[in-house]
Structures are given as structure tokens and as C-alpha cells.
Ligand binder design. Sequence first.
Ligand code: ATP
Ligand code: MG
Length: 397
Amino acid sequence: MQPDDGRRRLELERLAAEVLGRAGYEYIETPVFEDTELFARGVGEATDIVQKEMFSFEDKGGRSLTLRPEGTAGVCRAYTEHGMHKLPQPVKLWYRGPFFRHEAPQAGRYRQFNQIGAEALGSDDPTLDAELILLLAALLERAGVRSVRLRLSSLGSPGTRAAYLEALREYLRAHEGELASEVRERIDQNPLRAFDADHEGTRRVMEQAPRLLDRLDPEDADHFARVRELLDEAGLDYEIDTTLVRGLDYYTRTVFEFESEELGAQRGVGGGGRYDLLVEELGGPPTPAVGWAAGVERILLASDWHEQRPAPDVFVVVAKPEARGAAFALVSRLRAAGVRAEMEQAGRSVKGQFKHADRIGAPRVVIVGDEIEIRDMASGAQRGVAGVDEALEAVSS
Ligand code: ATP
Ligand code: MG
């Protein structure tokens, strides 16, 4: 990681705090590791994440812990454990930090990566689904992510989904001979994955497969229609993708994913959906909720802005070695007064120090030697001041 990368990360975080904070989302931090059980139950036993991607280990007490692969389960745990269901609902939270998945590293896919995420818990109001989607769209736009596409769908409720999954399994079994072997092996466990397969024969079969979106309960269909209306009114473009399958088991109703064409194979920049049953599944009270997570590294890969190193307001030149202490005291006082101040700290000649001050864009230089002088770098005008106090006064005004 280069300093420029660090500046961009900080700026992205600042943008997230601004965009989400404005909508009432408060920042939360949850532990980097949790009981393995939380993720196994929260993310879903059958998911790739739980089956293959978790970094799990035993602590000294023999308990199985896991480096968090995603943020929602931890937020749900915190919501219940800290009694947030007793607060006025919805509770809106955002987070950022490192996440861990044991995957084959490649461009845009790392074993430790960062996510920014947002969750709204305690209400099934469709304005929350729409709000969160619009907030992620806004964040991606502010972050300069290019060629963004939004795919949207609804997974309905568990009842509809179970009936649908059975119908899908039946359909897949009827076409077993045409399917890729890994799809065939997972018909029972996760038939939805068949929509994701690259395998030619499987794709042909899936074109005619039953679609969940056509079978939603009236209430779920209505919820989805309202989310769509709100997005339409906001003027946000999206594509309905009936094959959208998210890699986590906990979604109900709305699911969505933002992609950038700038990224190659790892094109997903962020995604999420509604998870009305997860909090209860994890031992909390019935709590409808919706949220998303976006990958920081992928956002930065898909955007091309740069953050310049900020120029100091003043650079303090050490004109002779004996002046170092006075120069140091001056920059300390300047900083305390809110001035962005740097000083010579690498043994350059006086000429070299002026060159350096120019290169880092300092508009003014204070020269500390036998006397104290202030130079305006643009005009070259230089004047003496009586002492440190006057220098401080002149530079901080
Ligand atoms: P993918 O399809 O790329 O595997 P995913 O569906 O597993 O993504 P999510 O669980 O939805 O991803 O995580 C949200 C976001 O986190 C992704 O859209 C992506 O930007 C980022 N992300 C996920 N896994 C990684 C990883 N291993 N390295 C870097 N970023 C990642
Ligand atoms: Mg993944």
C-alpha cells in the first residue's frame, strides 16, 4: 500500500461518513473475530463462505472462532446483545473495516479486504430498501466509480421460496443429464446456484427454468413494486435480474448488486438486500432489516481519482543546526494553533530546504537562524520578525 492509496482510503471513509451520516446512519464497530457459530448460522451452512472461505481457529479454551467474513451477522448480534431493539426503530448503522475470506487471491480478490457497510434494522418499510440502494449509488458516484450497473430482484419470503426451490429442484432433476456435475451435486443443497453456472448446457437449461419473481406472494410482490417505484421516482437506473443469487443465505425480499464494467472478473463492487429473519434466527426478537456491503479495494480499483498530498500552510527552514530546537518549538506551537506546519527533518542544506518547501507546495516559509524571517514563496518577498511570537502571529493569521 502506497501513501496515495492511504489518502484515497481515508477520503472514501470520509465520503461514507458524510453520505450515510446525512441519512441518519451511525457508525458502529464490531469485533474482527466472533464465534464460528454466529457466521455458520448467520451466513448459512450451505454458502460458499461457510463451506470454503472462513478463517477459523481454536482459542486456548477450545472454542472455535472465525475471522469475520462479512459484517451483517456481527451487527445483528450487537443489535440484540446491546438491546437496540428497545431504541426507536429503525436503528440505522454503518461500519467499515477488514474482512477475511479464504479465496484464491487475484486482482480485486484478497484474503484480507475492507468493506464499508450499512444496515437499517427494525422496520420492513420499503423506503429503507430504496434509501439504502440510493445511498450506495450515491457513495459509488461520489467515489468516482465508473460504468456502474445495478441489478435488482426479490427473493420473496421463506414459504414462497421453499415452494419455489422444490419446483426448481424438480425441474433440475428432470434435466439432470444436461447439467454440469457441480450443479448436479448441489441440486438438494443449493439449486439456486445453477443460475450462476458458466457451463453451456446448464445455461441452456436455466433459460427455461421457473423464476421466483413470477411466484412471489402478493405482499412480497407489493413490497418489491414499491421499492421499484421509489427507485424510479428517484431516477435511478437498474435492471431486474431474476437470476440474481447472493452468496449469503439470509436474504428475503429485496436483493441487489452493483457492478462496475471497469473491473474484470471480480466486477461486484457492492451488494445487499433485506434479511427480515436473520436477527431472530440469531436469537434476537423478530426484526426486519435491510443492508449492504461494498468492497473498498474494488471501489478504488474502479475509480481513477487521486488525492494529492495536502500542502503545508508553512514550512520552517532550519538555517543553522543550533536553530533546530527553536524551529521545532515553533512548528509545535503552529500546529497547536491549527496551522499545517512542517519543518526540515532530513539534514538538507538551506538551499535544499527551499527547494523542498517549493516542491511540497508550501506558500510560506519561516526561516529560523540568527534571526527569524518569513518568506512568501510566490513573490519571494521576505521580511524579518521580532521573535517566535510575532512569527506565530504572522503565519497563523
Ligand atoms: P464476489 O462475487 O466477488 O465473490 P461476494 O458476493 O462474495 O463477491 P459480498 O459478500 O456481497 O461479495 O461482499 C460485498 C463486497 O465485498 C463485494 O461486492 C466486493 O466488492 C467485496 N468483496 C467480497 N469478497 C472480496 C474479496 N475476497 N476481496 C476483495 N473484495 C471482496
Ligand atoms: Mg465471494
